[in-house]
Design a binder for this molecule. Structure first.
Ligand SMILES: [Zn+2]
Length: 366
């Protein structure tokens, strides 16, 4: 879809010419036969490329009907794009290295660079960026370079189904270099189709000339059979991730049960707090009365101001511990709760011990 430029846009013009003007067939100097106008956003401002197209002027030359475009255009922008390579790379980098959202990029482009793009347009450029990255990842020469120091490779295959009933995206990864080797959407996950992916993985490994140390997957049937057939003798391990996922649910259930038990045991914070606060209120009002009566001889009963503050701090800490629900199956919240409550217990014990020790010392001094 053509981009509609705001009428007030000011463009810088750049005229581009074909580098070699001689006809590749007859060698005559080719003449300009047309102009292609390409308007494009760059970080240096809107650019109007005027590409001078040429053809062979000799009507009898077979190259007469061919048009040649300036080579320089592709260095600035791809055909039909409305953003130059600089903006294109910025979009890809912000999305995949910084994890910006599309609306966030859209706002930043608009605010800081006066580049007005729709969310759709940004998404379109993102998918092209991904295609380019994927193509680069799969370049055999680059791959061989990346793997030159690797002794043996570790392969994994996984099927991801974004929604039930939709096609499944199968991803083959290599784990020593943490690279996605390739991915393909399969509508049916038949053994034959999955087998093709495993064959492709074998071909890649062979091209690299590296042995496969182990395969890792969730061990679904099609993977088991395909890998056993294409990689005889290579061990096939159950994926730790799937293993954890399968364990996580019962672990979290048990953990949640343990939390309920702990909360049931550690209770009654509010009455303790209320007692302190009531005592404080009583002391304040008595102090006020004393000030009026000029009779401040009586020491207030119960806890001192400082001791009360310490008790309130303990209550706040314990409440924080009981309300903390963070942590997943690898850091179960219940275990953390038990640890934290244990620390509070130890802290209380230390205080009691100190008090006892202090009292004992006083005794000895006597
Ligand atoms: Zn010619």
């Amino acid at each position: 879809m053509p981009y509609r430029w705001p009428t007030e846009t000011v463009f810088e013009s750049l005229v581009l010419d074909v580098e070699d003007r001689s006809c590749p067939l007859c060698g005559r100097r080719m003449s300009v036969c047309d102009h292609r106008h390409h308007r494009v956003f760059t970080f240096a401002g809107p650019l109007h490329l005027i590409c001078r197209l040429v053809h062979c002027p000799d009507q009898t030359c077979p190259a007469h009907h061919r048009t040649f475009s300036p080579e320089g255009e592709m260095g600035i922008v791809m055909p039909w794009w409305v953003v130059g390579w600089d903006v294109f790379c910025w979009i890809g980098h912000r999305r995949f290295a910084r994890h910006w959202s599309v609306p966030q990029m859209r706002a930043e482009l608009n605010d800081s660079h006066q580049i007005a793009l729709s969310n759709d347009a940004i998404e379109k450029y993102l998918s092209r960026y991904q295609e380019m990255v994927a193509a680069r990842q799969q370049d055999p020469r680059l791959l061989a370079q990346a793997y030159q120091d690797v002794e043996a490779i570790v392969l994994s295959i996984d099927g991801l189904q974004p929604e039930k009933g939709h096609e499944t995206l199968y991803v083959v990864r290599e784990l020593t270099k943490k690279r996605v080797w390739f991915a393909e959407s399969l509508i049916s996950s038949s053994e034959a189709e999955v087998r093709c992916l495993i064959i492709q993985a074998r071909e890649w490994a062979e091209r690299l000339g590296k042995p496969v140390r182990v395969w890792i997957s969730d061990k679904q049937d099609a993977f088991l059979k395909g890998i056993a057939a294409e990689f005889p003798g290579v061990p096939h391990r159950y994926c730790e991730n799937h293993f954890l996922r399968d364990l996580a649910k019962p672990v979290l259930e048990m953990d949640s049960h343990a939390k309920v038990q702990m909360r049931r045991k550690v209770r009654g914070l509010r009455p303790v707090e209320r007692e302190i606060l009531d005592e404080r209120r009583r002391q304040t009002s008595e102090a006020g009365k004393d000030a009026c009566d000029h009779d401040a001889s009586a020491e207030p009963s119960g806890l001192s101001e400082e001791a009360g503050a310490v008790v309130l701090d303990y209550c706040a800490a314990v409440r924080g511990i009981l309300n903390d629900n963070h942590g997943g199956p690898l850091h179960p919240p219940g275990l953390r709760m038990a640890d934290a409550l244990g620390e509070v217990q130890q802290s209380l014990d230390r205080n009691l011990e100190a008090k006892k020790g202090g009292a004992a010392k006083l005794c000895c001094d006597d």
